[in-house]
Design a protein around this ligand. Structure first.
Ligand code: SF4
Ligand code: SF4
Length: 240
């Protein structure tokens, strides 16, 4: 049987639970090709208490997105044959409070489109029913809205939409491959925030105007503020 993609609203009720005792528990955490957004990396490495560079080296790989030409960070599997997630244990996810957006969203699918006239982003949701997933055979009923709240998806979606905006801008302004130094700079500003902060502190990154002010403020701020400034800086790099 094929999977089914069912259009839903936030009021739609569905039956689903992914807990120990479901026969397929943990199946989704292997055979992975898991891309991490900049916000996923921020949350995971904060949760693990690791500097960004150490987290990236230990748990991830960086590729070039074939469509976007941007750096893409994926989780490095714990085993190359099974491609199992480095964070799964027999009891479940070891980084559950900090797990990536894609792990939180399933079995929902969120699709983002833009209104041509205004450029406003509009999100649509679907329920992905896959025959191998025993979660749909459990008794727990919930609404899509309660799933979104329970999984803290609103903050993840809002942060990840910022990255979607950058990808759209890249495709619009700089289609095709980027030079190696631009790819390294984008990886720095989006994923390796400790190194980005150090470069800013050393005065190696200089910008004037509102962007310069945002970077100076972010240097003293929280990682999330630095990521927001990094996204602005990345956009400026692509504008040049
Ligand atoms: S981060 Fe957690 S939920 Fe996501 S694939 Fe890894 S073990 Fe599974
Ligand atoms: S297949 Fe469904 S129930 Fe099984 S681990 Fe994945 S999400 Fe959970």
């Amino acid at each position: 049987m094929e999977h089914t993609l069912i259009p839903i609203t936030e009021e739609t009720v569905f039956r689903f639970e992914c807990i120990p005792g479901v026969a397929c528990f943990n199946r989704c955490c292997r055979d992975l090709v898991q891309a991490l957004t900049p916000y996923d990396v921020l949350r995971l490495r904060q949760g693990l208490g690791l500097p960004s560079g150490r987290f990236l080296e230990r748990y991830t790989r960086t590729h070039i997105g074939p469509a976007s030409g941007l750096p893409v960070v994926t989780l490095k599997p714990a085993d190359e044959h099974t491609r199992v997630c480095p964070f799964v244990s027999p009891a479940g996810c070891r980084v559950y409070p900090h797990r990536p957006a894609s792990c939180r969203t399933y079995p929902l699918v969120r699709s983002l489109s833009r209104v041509r006239a205004t450029g406003a982003a509009v999100a649509s949701f679907y329920l992905l029913r896959e025959p191998h997933c025993g979660g749909f055979d459990t008794a727990r009923e919930r609404t899509v809205r309660s799933w979104i709240e329970d999984q803290a998806l609103r903050v993840y979606n809002a942060e990840n939409d910022r990255m979607m905006g950058l990808i759209s801008a890249k495709n619009r302004m700089r289609p095709g491959p980027l030079p190696a130094d631009a790819i390294a700079a984008l990886r720095l500003a989006l994923y390796d925030l400790d190194a980005f902060r150090a470069r800013l502190a050393q005065g190696n990154i200089k910008e004037a105007g509102p962007l310069g002010e945002a970077l100076a403020a972010a240097l003293e701020g929280e990682d999330l503020q630095l990521l927001h400034a990094g996204l602005l800086w990345a956009q400026r790099l692509l504008d040049r």
